[in-house]
Design a protein around this ligand. Structure first.
Ligand code: SF4
Length: 281
């Protein structure tokens, strides 16, 4: 019998909980025939998306695909102003579930770019959250993924550094240290959300206390990827899975105390399924 030590907190963050609750409410209450849509996966967890689509949610790849008169839920990552305008022009009902922490980053990007700052976003340029924040920048901007990217930037009189909400604070500080030498004035906004930091600290606390850690989360989930990096940096042996079917008997050999962690987009029902299966191993 394995002992399970669960990282706390683990699983759905405030923003994802709120967006999923709004989708479930919309699916329950929309008038007959009115479809509920999101643009892109509403959360980075294929199993939860599968559950929601089985209940009637439609996932479009762009605003162009959404039919007139539909109800559209803007996911927690937010959308750019261009996409929101495209939706408004289509006469669709919009329920904006942009996480307030992402909204804050969008607003800062907007006001600082309007004030003349060259905005540098720290994050993954292909991530929907970064694309949504970029959609609020008026002037010139750059996206950097790490210190090396920051070192390549040209000097500017005024720079503003804004982070994707799921980055590590240590990386934000390192990038800020590089940019401070590249600008006469540097405005640093710590837009990393507490939910992310709390889950990262919970993983660090498991180090040295367990024989290995099972991490549950979608492969596309940026915050789950960061948890995996942090676990490895702290000497934890990690098994990253999306579903209980990926649990391998061999990995558990000789391990009695198993840590469990989950990304901010992993639903509680999936965490429980994994814990129950490990308990039976
Ligand atoms: S990780 Fe943070 S910013 Fe992102 S949806 Fe969750 S609470 Fe909001």
């Amino acid at each position: 019998m394995k002992e399970i030590v669960r990282a706390e907190p683990a699983g759905f963050c405030f923003g994802v909980k709120r967006a999923v609750a709004a989708i479930l409410e919309a699916l329950k209450t929309t008038e007959d025939g009115k479809a509920v849509w999101t643009i892109g996966m509403p959360i980075h967890n294929p199993q939860e998306v599968e559950r929601l689509t089985a209940m009637g949610l439609c996932v479009a790849s762009s605003a162009a695909e959404i039919p007139n008169g539909a109800l559209v839920l803007v996911r927690a990552h937010g959308e750019s102003r261009t996409v929101l305008k495209e939706l408004k022009d289509k006469n669709v009902q919009i329920v904006d579930m942009t996480c307030p922490f992402v909204k804050r980053a969008q607003n800062l990007a907007n006001s600082l770019s309007e004030a003349g700052y060259h905005v540098v976003l720290l994050g993954d340029r292909e991530h929907p959250e970064i694309r949504s924040i970029m959609g609020y920048i008026e002037g010139a901007s750059d996206v950097v993924a790490d210190v090396e990217d920051a070192q390549k930037l040209a000097k500017k009189p005024q720079m503003a550094l804004i982070s994707q909400t799921t980055q590590q604070e240590e990386l934000l500080a390192s990038v800020a240290a590089v940019l401070v030498l590249r600008a006469t004035e540097l405005h640093v906004c710590n837009t990393i959300c507490r939910a992310t930091v709390d889950r990262q600290e919970a993983v660090r606390r498991l180090a040295g206390k367990v024989d290995g850690m099972v991490l549950i989360g979608g492969r596309q989930s940026a915050n789950t990827g960061k948890l995996s990096d942090i676990a490895e940096e702290n000497g934890l042996d990690v098994l990253w899975i999306e579903t209980p079917s990926e649990l391998q008997e061999g990995w558990f050999a000789g391990r009695t105390k198993i840590g469990i962690a989950a990304g901010a987009s992993t639903p509680e029902w999936l965490i429980m399924e994994v814990c129950n299966k490990i308990a039976r191993m």
